[in-house]
Design a protein around this ligand. Structure first.
Ligand code: SF4
Length: 346
């Protein structure tokens, strides 16, 4: 089987009903579709609420856009000094070399930029300008390759990018944001891993995974190859209605990541991307779910729950409300809801 890219292929593979074809054709006219063989195989077609299907199989609900939703929900464009670079925080930049992904997530926060109709791949000239920007800004300590999914590039292209970063002394950390180890684990071979490394740089790979079933034995093996090679892995997940918005699934996801030697990093509140309201939980629901992880499962499994403030203002941590102050005395809530005075009375 190859990657499924058209509504007709989704019908032929039993992922949408024939009578739904016309509606999904309309969705396909607006947003890219791709379901890799590994993800198509993982879908339980007998389950109408299958959490893997919900992530990748388009629905007509995507045609409904709410007034709050926006094409650039996290404000990349407001912080893009040159094409392909987003410089939102002082010490790091995003380098978006490619806007193609091996799968297209239905809740994608960059859905207006990625896909065959998206922003494409940076031209050699644009890439030169992006690297010149990084070289000219000595405050850039970390470069985050994202997009799109940078691991769709060939090892040769990835190696070229790394070699260009290798000669910029002030860049110490190179981070890749990817779904590939889960959705196309067969790509993680020796030549790709070698291409992710460069002398004098520390490589991090942040894996995007949202449901514990994504961490299949094959995906875990691909991640193990990366970690065994000395690459540090982090987990990034999106809190998604119907997919992982219950305490058991979230706990199982975080544990699956830690078992795979991936430290849960961010749990993202879903962004206001167009046609994604059916995936959004409220901030209050998110806070309650994240508070429920505290104490219940190991500290290793605790992600930081964050919201990208619409408009490009960066991430805000949505912390559980555990501390209140009155007259110089603090009241601290424990994970069971008990309240304690700090400092304790003598
Ligand atoms: S892999 Fe990332 S960039 Fe690509 S569709 Fe999914 S969320 Fe969007």
């Amino acid at each position: 089987m190859s990657t499924l890219r058209t509504p007709r292929e989704l019908v032929d593979n039993g992922l949408i009903a024939p009578e739904g074809l016309a509606g999904i054709e309309r969705v396909a006219g607006r947003y890219a579709i791709a379901i890799s063989p590994a993800m198509a195989d993982l879908i339980d077609k007998a389950d109408p609420s299958d959490p893997i299907a919900l992530q990748f199989v388009p629905q007509t609900a995507e045609l409904a856009t709410t007034p709050q939703e926006r094409e650039d929900p996290i404000g990349d464009l407001a912080h893009s000094p040159v094409e392909g670079i987003v410089h939102r925080y002082p010490d790091r930049v995003l380098l978006k070399a490619v806007h193609v992904c091996p799968v297209y997530c239905r809740f994608c926060f960059r859905r207006e930029m990625v896909g065959p109709q998206g922003l494409g791949t940076l031209t050699p000239d644009a890439l030169d300008r992006a690297f010149a920007y990084i070289a000219e800004h000595s405050e850039i300590w970390e470069v985050i390759l994202t997009g799109g999914d940078p691991l769709v590039l060939s090892p040769r292209r990835l190696s070229e990018l790394m070699q260009r970063l290798a000669v910029i002394d002030h860049v110490k950390i190179v981070r890749f944001h990817t779904r590939v180890p889960v959705v196309e684990p067969e790509r993680i071979d020796g030549s790709l891993i070698a291409a992710l490394k460069a002398s004098g740089k520390t490589t991090y790979v942040a894996l995007h995974a949202n449901h514990p079933r994504e961490l299949t034995p094959v995906a875990r093996k691909a991640c193990a190859r990366l970690v065994d090679s000395g690459i540090v892995m982090l987990g990034q997940s999106v809190l998604l209605k119907g997919i992982n918005d219950d305490p058991e699934t979230l706990a199982a996801l975080m544990r699956a990541l830690v078992e795979t030697r991936i430290k849960p990093y961010y749990l993202h509140h879903p962004d206001l991307a167009p046609g994604t309201s059916h995936f959004r939980v409220s901030l209050e629901e998110g806070r309650t779910l994240v508070a429920g992880l505290r104490g219940r499962i190991s500290g290793l499994c605790q992600p930081t729950y964050v919201l990208d403030i619409p408009g490009g203002y960066g991430k805000a941590v949505i912390a559980p409300d555990t501390v209140s102050e009155r007259g110089g005395c603090y009241t601290i809530s424990d994970f069971r809801g008990g309240e304690h005075t700090y400092p304790p009375e003598a």
